[in-house]
Design a protein around this ligand. Structure first.
Ligand code: SME
Length: 165
């Protein structure tokens, strides 16, 4: 297991994703516990990008429930279809929100959050098993580069799914 993360000193996010994705893959490869791996993935993303909040909401019965995260305390349960996370769950599509104040029904966990990206994570049966939520304290902070880079992280998580939380 890697003991430290190498993050290139650049503001070019694509270069950072290119550097950290293989390191994250190696970081989780020797561990079978999904929660431990989700925790390290959230920590690695926080270290690499300094995002305001990063975390996973996992489907449990009929809600999304807070799981591993980095950042300020957050809402613990989100109903399907509610907020950006619940919307992403229901549509099964990545959602980029440049200004959270303009997203109908956005759930405010912190008044400092300004923009957000949420990606669905699919289980082996093709249903959405969890979502990856990343919040920024800057407006318009997420682009297709993040959708693509975080999408590579999601693929790593999808490979891990099947092992129990
Ligand atoms: N803003 C999210 C809720 C989760 S927090 O941002 C951590 C939403 O609208 O679903």
């Amino acid at each position: 297991m890697a003991e430290s993360l190498f993050v290139p000193e650049t503001s070019n996010r694509k270069l950072i994703y290119d550097e950290i994705v293989p390191q994250i893959e190696s970081l989780v490869s020797g561990e079978s516990d999904l929660t431990a791996n989700l925790g390290n993935i959230a920590a690695a993303l926080k270290e690499a990008f300094g995002f305001f909040w990063i975390g996973f909401y996992v489907r449990k019965e009929d809600q999304l429930v807070l799981n591993a995260f980095q950042g300020p305390i957050a809402c613990t349960r989100i109903d399907f279809g509610k907020g950006v996370c619940g919307h992403c769950y229901s549509t099964a599509k990545t959602e980029i929100v440049p200004n959270v104040d303009e997203f109908p029904g956005h759930i405010v966990c912190s008044s400092r959050a300004r923009s957000e990206i949420v990606l669905p994570v699919f289980g082996a049966d093709g249903s959405v098993e969890m979502v990856l939520d990343v919040d920024s304290d800057k407006f318009g902070d997420f682009s297709e580069t993040d959708a693509e880079g975080l999408g590579r992280i999601v693929k790593i998580v999808e490979k891990l799914i099947g092992k129990k939380l």
